[in-house]
Each structure stands twice: as structure tokens, then as C-alpha cells.
Write a protein that binds this ligand. Structure first.
Ligand code: ADP
Length: 727
């Protein structure tokens, strides 16, 4: 058995064999059924034919019996030469023949000579003929009824001869014979479809629907039989009796108890298979064979085979279809299960990935915020919510301005937001101050990046936000400390220097003052009654100014010393507008000299600071002085327009206190020098000392304030100092 031949092949083989058996069984069944029908029909046909035959014989059977008992018949046998009697018997026979339809009736004497006949008047008349050697005559002469089928010796026409002995006083005088023609029967058979055959006791066919079978035997004729036939002239002069061209066989259907046999032969040149049934007619010594064509049986078998094969094929197709359908269902089911498994796997992966991502996002300290291209917030992580104090629900779907934007930076935030949404955010991030929901400020660093989905479509912007408040506070503290250190250092150095200067200048200033007072006294005495009184008066005025200014100078020195030694500084609650107004008065002559206007912008609302009036005036004077110097006409612009000949002195409230700004329209300060200008001894002027701004900042810081500088947008510099206000 080859290895590829497995159980499946076995099953197929068994199914094929089963189908074959079924087809054959159906064919057989149909064949047997048809055979049975045929055989039944054949039996009926045989019965009908036998009945017809017997009827025909019986119909004429009484004729010789009746005729043999007719007195004229007997008398004629006794007196054969009686012509009148013969004529009566002839008429009697002719009358009987005409009435009954028999072929011929005739009377034979003991020597076999015919005395009278129904056909006495025909050329073929039997009268005078001798029938001594005819078997039926022999039988009748021996007192038996004789039956014989054979050809007429006179007419040569076949017929059934029935002979009846004519008795008188126990002796047989002669024989009455009636001949019946079976030709009408044969003609009727020939008209019928299926061959019918009648054969004698020797098996010679003498009546047949198929003419070529006539006078053929079913078996070879025995020699004595042949002789007997010849002797008795049963079939005329015919001496040869060939065997019928029949091949017979049993119908061979096992389990079928059927009479008859199958007959293979040729009928009118056509090969036929016939189902045949023999019916013996013992009283006549004959056998009747009726047949019917087997064609229908074969056809029934074929039709059944074809139908069963078709049914099996349909069944197979059905089975095939169902199996294919089942297979397809199974495949579909498997595919669906596989899909479900994959979806489940994928879902699990996604859930895991999602859970992992969520855990990651939740554990992130960096705030994450996604926005669509219109600025609508589409995602925030817990870190961002914690940073700004708003829940995700409060933030999702919001558009600018967002609730956490710092109220003081709304404009800046809007600008930065627009820039981020246009993809122009600073690549290294930008600082942004936000307002926590509970009101405290949070300083953040924001990094924006485009949000691109898996398909590569730009969906918006992603921002990571880092809380740098603590860092900023640390930096501020650091800066504060540094500033404090710098200030202490500055105070130390400036203090030293100022102390030396004060010490050195005090004596000369005092002397100058004293000399001026003395000169004033002298000038007053000399001018008394003098003609040059006006000149004296001017001198006195000038000397008064000298006295005044030297006193002021010594006062400054004193104050510087006091500043260095804080106990000596005269701190008081001051209205800044008063300080500004006084400083403006002092500066007025100098401003006029330079053709520069001073515009005051007092918006402080009378705020009070704590400080030393003279020192603060000094700071203002210094700043205005520097501004004036910066606005000196240059070679490039010898006559600057009036708009550039103006200094603004503004006094405003600010977050950390009161801010005073001195702004000019000079060239401004180069960016890299913005921090340096406060350094001691930094100067760009040929005769400058570079101490003015340093001292100013020191004075302001000594007052608890701070000082800044920036360039103005339309050109020029703006120096500001901010002092804490007091109630
Ligand atoms: P000095 O006036 O002796 O140079 P300062 O300390 O007052 O010393 O000024 C330092 C430097 O700051 C100046 O040399 C100048 O370069 C610059 N500066 C000060 N004020 C102004 C101003 N208003 N515009 C432009 N530069 C200024």
C-alpha cells in the first residue's frame, strides 16, 4: 500500500464502490421489475394465444363427431357406389363447411379412399383421393380421434386435421375428417408485434409469425422422426428441417423464479433479444412459444442505471457542495477567530501601551499640552493640571486666552501663543509666567513642537512646560546675594573714597567759605558811598553766591559723609514730587544754557518715600546732567530739532514702589555697555571720572531701592530708580 494512501483515500474508495454497487443494484432492480412485468404480460399473452388456439380447435371439434353420426354418412360407407347418397353427403359436408368456416370436410373409407368431400365440386376436390397413410386416418380407423397438423396432400395447404371414426355396430366403417386452416391465425400473429411460434411434438415449427422460421426444428431431427414425417407426408415433400437460428439461454436472474428463457435471434434481418415462454398444449401435442422483445428490459435497466448514476452524481455534488460549504464556513470561522485573536492581541497591546503611556505621562513632572491648529486645547497631562491648578475638564476645549494666563502678561502671552501656533516659537523654548488657579505665580519654560500624527498629517502643536519657579527663585536669591555683596563692596570702596574726599575737601571749602564771607564784608565797606556802587553791589552778589555754593558744597560733603555713616544721614518721609520740583529748580539755569526743556510727568499720586532729600536731589541732578551731556550738539547734527532737545522726568507708581525715570533723546547706550555704565570709573567722556552713576546707584541702593537703564524705542537712554514707598 503506498504511503500516500491514507484513511481519506479509503473512505473515497469505499464511497465510490458503494456508489457503483448502488447504481448496479438499481439497474438490476429495474431490470428485474421490467422482466417481471414482461413475464406477466407474456404469460397473459400465452394464455390468450392458447385460449384462441384451443377455442379454434374446440369450435370445430364437434363437426366430425356430429357428421360421423349422420345416417347418410354411414350409409354411404356401406354403399359407396350410391351416387345419390354421395351427392347428399357432399351437400351435407359443403353445408357444414360453409356454416362453420372449416376448410374442408370429407369422408374416408377403411381403405383411405375419399368418398365424399365438401369441396366435391372444386378442381382440388378430395373425392377419389386416398389418405390411407395419413396418421389421423390411421388413428381414427383404430377407433381413436385423430389429430394431425400437416400439409394437405391434395392442396398442399397446411391445416389441422381432426378425424372421427364412423361406427356402426361396434365396427369402424370409415372416418370423417375436418380440416381447419390455421392460416388466419398465423396472419393475425404476423400482424402482431412479437413473434409467436407453434411447434409440433418433434419440435418442428409449423405455424410462425416469422415466416423464415417455418419448418425449422428447435433441435436436429432424429432420423426415424424424419422418416416418419416423410412417410406420412406431414410437411409435403419437405425433407430438410434445419435447426432454428435461435440461441437460447436462461434469463439468468438469480432469485427470480421465472419460467421462460431468453432468445437471441434475427427477425427480418434485425438482431433481437426476446423473452420467450413455452406453453405446452398436450391435447394437441404442440408447444406454443410466445415472445416479447427484451428491449424494454434493457432500456429499463439502462434508464435505471442512468437515473441512479445521475442521482449518485447529484448526491456526490451535493456532498461536495456541503463539504465545500462546510470547509468555507470552517475557513471563515477560523479566519474570524484569527481576526478576533489578533484584534484582542492588538487591543491588549494597545491597552498595555496606553497604560504604559498613561503611567509615563502621569509620572512626568513636565507638563504636556497639545493644541489643534486653532489653539484649542486637546490634551493635557496631570503634571500640567497640577502646574496651573485647573483640571483637565476645565482646560480641554479651551481656546486662547487660557484661564492660567497671567493677567499682567496677556498681550505677551497672546503673542507667544500666536507665534507657537504659527510654528515660530523659539526653538530652545521661551519663558512664560502663568497664574495658578489659587493666585500664585508660576514661572515656566515652554518648548513647542509640531504635533504630527501617524499618517504624517500636521494635527497641531505639542508643548512641554517645565515649572522653573523654584529655579528662578533660587536665581533671584543668588542675584540678590550677589547684588548685596556688590553693594557692600561698592559701599566700602565709595565710602572710603568719599571719606577721603570729604576730609580733604572740608578744610578748603570751609576756608573758601570763610574767605568769601570776609571778602563780602570788605566789599560792603568799600562800596559804602562809592560811585561804583552798582559794581560793588554785583561783587557783593557774586560773593554771596560763592558763600552759598561753598556752603552747599560743604553740605554735600557733609551729607556724603553722613551717607557713608548712615547715622549721619537725614532720612525722612518725603513726597517725591517735592524733591523733583526742587531739583528741577536747581537745574533750570543749566538747562536753559543748553536750550533743553525738562518735561515733568508727575503720576505718583503724592506717594511718600523714606530718604535723604539732598542725596536724592543729587541723584536727579546727576542723571539730568548726564542727559544734557548726551544731547550736546554733535558735528553730524549741529542743530538738533526741538523734539530732540527735551528731557522727560517721570514719577510713577510701580509694582515695587515709586519709579523715577530720566529719559533723554541722546544716542543711547550701546547694548554691551548697558551693565558697565554703573561700574566705577567707567566713562566715555574725555574729562569724565566715571563715578557719577556708580554713586547714584549706591545712594539709591542705600535707600533700599534699585536702579536700571534701558534704551528708548525712539532713541535715547532712560535711567530709572525705584524706591520703596512708605505709608
Ligand atoms: P562720567 O559722566 O564722568 O563719564 P558717569 O558715571 O556719570 O561718569 O557716566 C558714565 C558713563 O555713562 C558716561 O561716560 C557715558 O558714557 C555714559 N552715560 C551716562 N549717562 C548717559 C546718557 N544719558 N546717555 C548716554 N550715555 C550716558
Amino acid at each position: 500500500m503506498p504511503t500516500w494512501f491514507n484513511a481519506r483515500h479509503w473512505r473515497k474508495l469505499v464511497a465510490a464502490a458503494g456508489a457503483l454497487v448502488l447504481i448496479v443494484a438499481c439497474g438490476n432492480w429495474a431490470e428485474r421489475r421490467e422482466l417481471q412485468f414482461k413475464m406477466d404480460a407474456l404469460r397473459q399473452a400465452a394464455a390468450a394465444h392458447a385460449l384462441g388456439l384451443r377455442g379454434l380447435v374446440e369450435k370445430h371439434d364437434f363437426l366430425p363427431h356430429a357428421a360421423a353420426r349422420h345416417p347418410d354418412v354411414r350409409d354411404l360407407l356401406r354403399a359407396p357406389m350410391d351416387a345419390a347418397l354421395k351427392a347428399r353427403v357432399d351437400d351435407y359436408f359443403a353445408d357444414l363447411q360453409a356454416t362453420t368456416g372449416a376448410a374442408v370436410l370429407y369422408l374416408v373409407d377403411r381403405s383411405g379412399l375419399t368418398l365424399a368431400a365438401s369441396n366435391w365440386n372444386l378442381p382440388s376436390s378430395f373425392v377419389g383421393q386416398s389418405y390411407r397413410r395419413r396418421p389421423y386416418v390411421e388413428d381414427a380407423l383404430q377407433g381413436r380421434r385423430g389429430y394431425f397438423y400437416g400439409l394437405g396432400l391434395t392442396t398442399g395447404q397446411s391445416g389441422l386435421f381432426i378425424a372421427e371414426p364412423v361406427r356402426a355396430d361396434g365396427a369402424v366403417l370409415g372416418v370423417v375428417v375436418v380440416k381447419i386452416s390455421l392460416e388466419p391465425l398465423q396472419a393475425a400473429w404476423m400482424r402482431g408485434g412479437d413473434p409467436v411460434v407453434l411447434r409440433d411434438s418433434r419440435g418442428i415449427v409449423f405455424l410462425s409469425a416469422v415466416p423464415e422460421w417455418l419448418f425449422h426444428g428447435i433441435r436436429p431431427l432424429a432420423a426415424n422422426d424424419a422418416r416418419w414425417i416423410a412417410d406420412h407426408g406431414q410437411y409435403g415433400s419437405r425433407a430438410r428441417f434445419d435447426v432454428l437460428p435461435w440461441r437460447t439461454e436462461a434469463h439468468g436472474r438469480p432469485g427470480m423464479d421465472l419460467p421462460g428463457f431468453v432468445l437471441h435471434t434475427d427477425v427480418r434481418g434485425r438482431r433481437v433479444d426476446l423473452l420467450a415462454l413455452d406453453t405446452p398444449l398436450p391435447e394437441l401435442g404442440w408447444t406454443l412459444t410466445v415472445t416479447t422483445d427484451m428491449k424494454e428490459v434493457v432500456q429499463a435497466r439502462r434508464a435505471a442505471l442512468a437515473l441512479t448514476a445521475l442521482a449518485v452524481a447529484l448526491l456526490l455534488l451535493g456532498v461536495l457542495y456541503w463539504r465545500l460549504r462546510d470547509k468555507r464556513f470552517a475557513e471563515q470561522r477560523a479566519a474570524r477567530l484569527e481576526l478576533e485573536r489578533r484584534v484582542e492581541e492588538r487591543t491588549r497591546d494597545l491597552q498595555e501601551a496606553h497604560a504604559f503611556r498613561k503611567a509615563m505621562e502621569d509620572s512626568l513632572l513636565v507638563g504636556m499640552r497639545a493644541r489643534d491648529p486653532d489653539g484649542k486645547i486637546i490634551y493635557v497631562n496631570p503634571a500640567l493640571c497640577a502646574m496651573v491648578g485647573y483640571s483637565a475638564e476645565e482646560l480641554l476645549g479651551r481656546r486662547p486666552p487660557y484661564p492660567y494666563w497671567h493677567p499682567d502678561d496677556l498681550e505677551k502671552q497672546a503673542r507667544e501663543s500666536d507665534e507657537a501656533l504659527q510654528g515660530r516659537a523659539a526653538p530652545h523654548g521661551f519663558e512664560s509666567r502663568v497664574r495658578h488657579k489659587d493666585g500664585h505665580d508660576v514661572i515656566t519654560m515652554v518648548y513647542a513642537a509640531p504635533l504630527v500624527d501617524a499618517q504624517g498629517v500636521h494635527r497641531g502643536w505639542m508643548s512641554s512646560v517645565v515649572d522653573i519657579t523654584a529655579q528662578k527663585q533660587a536665581e533671584a536669591r543668588q542675584r540678590e546675594q550677589e547684588l548685596r555683596l556688590q553693594r557692600s563692596a561698592r559701599l566700602a570702596s565709595v565710602g572710603e573714597m568719599a571719606s577721603t574726599l570729604a576730609h580733604e575737601l572740608n578744610q578748603p571749602l570751609m576756608a573758601l567759605s570763610n574767605f568769601a564771607v570776609a571778602a563780602r564784608a570788605l566789599a560792603g565797606t568799600a562800596a559804602g558811598g562809592s560811585a561804583e556802587a552798582p559794581a560793588g553791589t554785583m561783587l557783593a552778589g557774586a560773593l554771596d553766591d560763592i558763600v552759598g555754593q561753598s556752603r552747599r558744597a560743604s553740605e554735600i560733603v557733609k551729607r556724603v559723609r553722613a551717607f557713608i555713616n548712615p547715622q549721619r544721614a537725614q532720612y525722612e518721609r518725603l513726597a517725591m514730587d517735592g524733591v523733583v520740583a526742587h531739583a528741577a529748580t536747581l537745574l533750570k539755569p543749566e538747562l536753559q544754557r543748553h536750550g533743553v526743556t525738562l518735561r515733568l510727568l508727575m503720576e505718583d499720586g503724592g506717594a511718600l518715600v523714606r530718604g535723604d532729600r539732598v542725596l536724592l536731589e543729587q541723584v536727579l541732578a546727576n542723571l539730568v546732567h548726564n542727559a544734557l551731556q548726551a544731547m550736546q550738539p554733535t558735528q553730524d547734527q549741529p542743530h538738533p530739532p526741538p523734539a530732540q532737545r527735551s528731557i522727560e522726568l517721570a514719577c510713577q507708581r510701580a509694582e515695587q514702589g515709586l519709579r523715577v525715570t530720566v529719559a533723554d533723546r541722546g544716542p543711547g547706550i550701546p547694548r554691551e555697555q548697558l551693565e558697565q555704565v554703573f561700574a566705577p570709573f567707567f566713562t566715555t567722556k574725555p574729562d569724565g571720572l566715571g563715578l557719577g552713576l556708580n554713586i547714584c546707584r549706591t545712594i539709591i541702593e542705600a535707600h533700599g531701592g534699585f536702579m536700571t537703564v534701558e534704551n528708548r524705542s525712539g532713541g535715547g537712554a532712560a535711567f530709572s530708580f525705584t524706591l520703596p514707598t512708605v505709608p
